[in-house]
Structure formats: structure tokens, C-alpha cells
Write a new protein. Structure first.
Length: 291
């Protein structure tokens, strides 16, 4: 337990340092490092981490993504009738899509060529698993940069809320499950999760979101409802992400994806729900706004 607490405290300090320097190059570097570790843990899970061409191609494709979204962007101002003032909006240069496509295409080419050369050793399930996570993980985690850059004045708050969309739900689900959990949610995949815990996590996230956005931006019924719905959806999506990662571990026969955080496992064990929540949160604020 002590090891788990110390490891968690170190993780919180590192995350706090990254958030403190959120508007500098530190954030893309930190996101790139997280992506690199998560990809390595996943590629190791399918036993391709010693196949260096595949490993390097996937890692290179993943690491470059946060810097693309941090570099090729610009801010435009448009008149917001509701606010009676100019509102800023972050736009991304078309080069982002082009470079991201080229990076994925080049990495996929290397992976397929390597597969052709080692077709007797590498199975198609391994190859397509790597291709899938090579796209999913970088795009999902790079949303941290996109959320922070979404609003130049309130990027830090939005980034914190995006991360909290996963972790608040986990916390609410844990304490609710411990207190009143009786009915198992998915006993064969995650024996400790309960239906009561899921409901508790959803309610907790919805309330926290509604209160946080109302306090930060000022209360309006519309803002509170949108924040509440966002929290509900993020909590549900986060649970799906958590269970999906657990299912992969069970089918592969892993207990944890890694040991980088003693007592907690690997970064995939900590960010499995975040992978799904961050893009969902970004979609909500991009569609409905935060004002």
C-alpha cells in the first residue's frame, strides 16, 4: 500500500509540473513521452517489442503527433452574438492532416514490409493490433494538446476537466461500489466493478462537471445541463475504455501492462479510460462550446 501511495504521489507531482507549464513546449513533450510508453506497453503485450522495425515505426508515428497539433495552429476571432463580444477559436493548419496522414502511411508501410519479411514469425493479429493502437493512442492522447489549445485563456481548466472526466468517474465508482456495490457489472472481465459503482461514477462526474463549469464560467441553466450531460457521457465512455483494456489484458494473460508505476502498473493501466474520455470531451466542447 505504501508503495502504491508513494508512486501515486510522484505521478501527481509530475502531472502538476506538466500542467503548470501547459502553455509551453513541455506539454507536447510530456504527451509524446506518455504515448511512447503506452505504445511500448501495448506492443510488448503482443510480443512484437523486440521486432525493432515495427516498434520504431509505431513509436515514431506516435511521438510526432503532439508536436503537429502544437505547431500548426492559429487563432481566429469571431463575433459571438450570445456574449456580445469577440470569441477566440483555435484552428489547425491543413498541414496537420497531411503530415499526420504521411506519418501513419509511412509507419504502416514499414510494418507491412517487415511482416512480409518475417511472415513465418509474425501473425496478422499482431500486425493489425499494432496498426490499431498506433492510430488510436497518439490521436486520443494528443487531444490533451488540442484541448489546452482550444481556448487560450481557459485551456488549463479545460484540460484538467478533460482528465477529470475519467478519473472522477473512477473515484466515484470505487467509493460507491465499496459502500453499496452488490451487482457485478462484468465479473469475467473486471470482478470488482459493480452496477452500483457505475451509477455512482456517472452521478459523481455529472455533478462535479455541472458545479465546476458553473463556478468557473458563471451559472446558466444551459451551461449546467451541457456540462452535466458531458459528464454523464464521459463517465460511461471511460468505463467502456477501462473494460476494453482489461479485456485485452485477460485475453493476453497479463496482470498489468507495465511496472513503470509500482503498485499501479503501467501507463496503459492508468490512462486506459482517458484514451476514450479525452476525445469525447473534446468533441463536446468543440460542438457545444464552453461559454
Amino acid at each position: 500500500m505504501l508503495t502504491r501511495i508513494i508512486s501515486g504521489a510522484v505521478g501527481v507531482v509530475l502531472l502538476g509540473a506538466v500542467l503548470y507549464f501547459h502553455d509551453t513546449i513541455v506539454l507536447p513533450i510530456a504527451v509524446a513521452a506518455i504515448i511512447a510508453i503506452m505504445l511500448f506497453e501495448l506492443i510488448r503485450a503482443v510480443k512484437l517489442h523486440k521486432c525493432f522495425p515495427i516498434l520504431i515505426a509505431a513509436e515514431a508515428c506516435g511521438i510526432v503527433m503532439p508536436f503537429l497539433y502544437g505547431e500548426y495552429q492559429y487563432t481566429v476571432k469571431s463575433w459571438n452574438e450570445g456574449l456580445g463580444d469577440f470569441a477566440e477559436e483555435t484552428m489547425y493548419d491543413g498541414k496537420v492532416t497531411l503530415f499526420a496522414f504521411i506519418a501513419v502511411l509511412a509507419a504502416a508501410f514499414v510494418i507491412f514490409v517487415t511482416w512480409l519479411k518475417k511472415h513465418k514469425e509474425i501473425r496478422y493479429e499482431q500486425v493489425f493490433f499494432v496498426l490499431a493502437v498506433m492510430v488510436l493512442v497518439p490521436q486520443a492522447m494528443t487531444t490533451m494538446v488540442r484541448i489546452e489549445r482550444f481556448d487560450s485563456d481557459n485551456g488549463l481548466f479545460l484540460l484538467i476537466m478533460g482528465l477529470c472526466g475519467a478519473w472522477i468517474a473512477d473515484t466515484g465508482a470505487y467509493f460507491t461500489g465499496v459502500a453499496i456495490g452488490k451487482h457485478k457489472l462484468c465479473p469475467e472481465i473486471s470482478p470488482k466493478k459493480t452496477i452500483e459503482g457505475l451509477v455512482g461514477g456517472i452521478v459523481t462526474t455529472a455533478v462535479v462537471y455541472a458545479v465546476a463549469f458553473s463556478v468557473y464560467y458563471g451559472f446558466t441553466a444551459k451551461r449546467a445541463v451541457i456540462a452535466c450531460v458531458t459528464g454523464i457521457v464521459c463517465a460511461i465512455i471511460g468505463t467502456v475504455g477501462d473494460l476494453s483494456a482489461s479485456m485485452v489484458k485477460r485475453q493476453i494473460g497479463f496482470k498489468d501492462y507495465g511496472k513503470i508505476m509500482p503498485g499501479h502498473g503501467g501507463l496503459m493501466d492508468r490512462f486506459d479510460s482517458v484514451l476514450f474520455v479525452l476525445p469525447t470531451f473534446y468533441a463536446f466542447i468543440a460542438i457545444f462550446g464552453v461559454q
